[in-house]
Design a protein. Structure first.
Length: 161
């Protein structure tokens, strides 16, 4: 008779030290705008993965208000599309980590509208900002941050071939 096999625990064998935390990211407003214009692009794919554990999204109240303004601005409030995007923004509010900002890093970027994105990323200890305007975030390396397009980020986390 063979002895019973031992179950793997965090202190034994391959199960030890294999936990890799999900990347913490902040989405620039242009990512949500792009997703609102195309259901099939990298931005829409990225939004579809919110809440799956592949990454953590960090937001602040001012950033959420900017998302709402940018995405809903050109939609009729009684339209199906407005209601759908309102639901998506509500879901993002529920799934994202709401970061309070206690210290402003302004001015650090050439576009003042991007400062709040940087502040959330720094305060949340994020590793990346996801944006189509990479050059607007020049110099964020000094905050130990990178900037990636949605496609680059999806490739990095193994969601695109």
């Amino acid at each position: 008779m063979q002895p019973a096999a031992k179950a793997l625990t965090p202190a034994h064998g391959i199960a030890h030290n294999t936990y890799v935390p999900a990347p913490r990211v902040v989405l620039d407003t242009n990512v949500l705008v792009a997703a609102s214009r195309s259901k099939w692009g990298a931005s829409a794919k990225l939004l579809s993965l919110v809440g799956t554990g592949r990454f953590e999204v960090y937001v602040s109240v001012p950033l959420l208000l900017e998302y709402e303004s940018a995405v809903l601005r050109h939609l009729e409030p009684s339209s199906t599309e407005w209601r759908a995007w309102s639901d998506i923004l509500d879901y993002l509010c529920a799934e994202a980590i709401q970061q309070e900002i206690f210290f402003l890093w302004r001015p650090s970027l050439r576009d003042p509208q991007d400062e709040m994105v940087l502040e959330v990323a720094v305060a949340g200890g994020c590793s990346a900002i996801i944006s189509y305007n990479k050059r607007d975030f020049a110099g964020i390396e000094s905050f130990n941050l990178t900037v990636s397009s949605p496609k680059e980020f999806l490739e990095a986390i193994g969601e695109l071939p």
